[in-house]
Write a protein that binds this ligand. Structure first.
Ligand SMILES: [Zn+2]
Length: 316
């Protein structure tokens, strides 16, 4: 049985595993990266890869997904703001320390690949994935492959601009990106802006009566518990997500849309329902056209490492 190592490098942790060719994780390692120096993150990646390689003899390759702009063809992380990496030749740095082929890609790309092969997107062919967490990542699968664009940095679906003249600033510096309008952070922002409204009482209570302490997660919990005010905020956010989905459907016309990420998992249908409704109203040809399935992801936090491991299988 062929096994490969998949490594998902995020701003807070490195999650890694040995994965078999059915997408099953058969060994795991995880280390925290918060406040780590950029070179220490590379050392951490090498450490987990060496440990997993020793734990699972017969490993044939290593796949790494990292949050940021990645030039996979040259194996270089162009920019990864969460880890403070810039122009880091990650593939070579890892390959120098371990005698295995190494492939690197964007974290949302590998997560989309994992879901397409083994998760909610299995069997759907062309598909897109949006990871709705603190920000919004995107992955596009076309023709049985990850679509990366001419320079490897395409599929940044979170930075499609849906409200260019709006007030909401995105971490990227633009205004009105989908990430600024429909991420978990945007749920928190909306709630904080309206914390003086009478309906906010229950959410304020959850935040220790401090409006500035309201987070998207708290709003999601209150919405799930049935709070009407919190639900309205999640609904509004879901409709913005639907605007983004409609744009992608108009451009790509995929068979399915997979929605992953912590904020989506935490709000479930309260977010996805309004997203579907808005997308169905906005897609071109909406009078006759059926909305393709918009589905919650199935692999949770494993999607990235499973997809990265699958990429490694293709090169080894
Ligand atoms: Zn942006």
């Amino acid at each position: 049985m062929a096994v490969t190592i998949g490594i998902d490098v995020g701003g807070t942790k490195i999650a890694a595993g040995v994965v078999d060719d059915a997408g099953k994780v058969i060994a795991r390692r995880q280390i925290a990266t918060a406040a780590m120096h950029p070179t220490a993150v590379v050392a951490g990646i090498v450490k987990v890869a060496q440990e997993l390689n020793a734990a699972a003899p017969g490993t044939t390759g290593i796949g790494i997904g990292a949050a940021g702009l990645i030039d996979g063809a040259n194996g270089v992380v162009l920019s990864a703001p969460n880890i403070a990496w810039e122009n880091v030749p990650l593939r070579q740095m890892v390959a120098d320390r371990i005698d295995l082929p190494v492939v690197i890609d964007n974290d949302a790309n590998v997560a989309a690949w994992g879901e397409a092969l083994y998760g909610a997107g299995k069997g759907y062919g062309d598909q897109i994935m949006l990871t709705v967490g603190t920000g919004i990542g995107g992955g596009i699968i076309i023709g049985g492959q990850i679509y990366r664009g001419a320079h490897g940095v395409g599929a940044e679906l979170g930075h499609m601009i849906v409200d260019a003249s709006g007030p909401s600033e995105c971490p990227c510096g633009n205004h009105g990106c989908l990430e600024a309008m429909a991420s978990g952070n945007s749920i928190g922002r909306r709630a904080r802006e309206r914390a003086s409204e009478p309906g906010a009482a229950a959410v304020l209570e959850r935040a220790g009566r401090d409006g500035a302490a309201i987070t998207g997660e708290l709003v999601g919990e209150a919405a799930k518990a049935g709070d009407v005010w919190a639900r309205a905020i999640v609904t509004e956010t879901g409709r913005w997500l639907g605007v983004g989905i409609a744009n992608v459907l108009n451009i790509i016309d995929p068979s399915a849309v997979i929605i992953a990420g912590g904020a989506a998992a935490g709000t479930g249908e309260l977010l996805l329902g309004p997203a579907r409704d808005a997308a169905a109203e906005l897609i071109i040809g909406h009078a006759w056209r059926k909305l393709p399935p918009v589905l919650p992801a199935a692999l949770g936090y494993d999607a990235g490492l499973v997809g990265a491991a699958a990429l490694a299988r293709a090169i080894s």
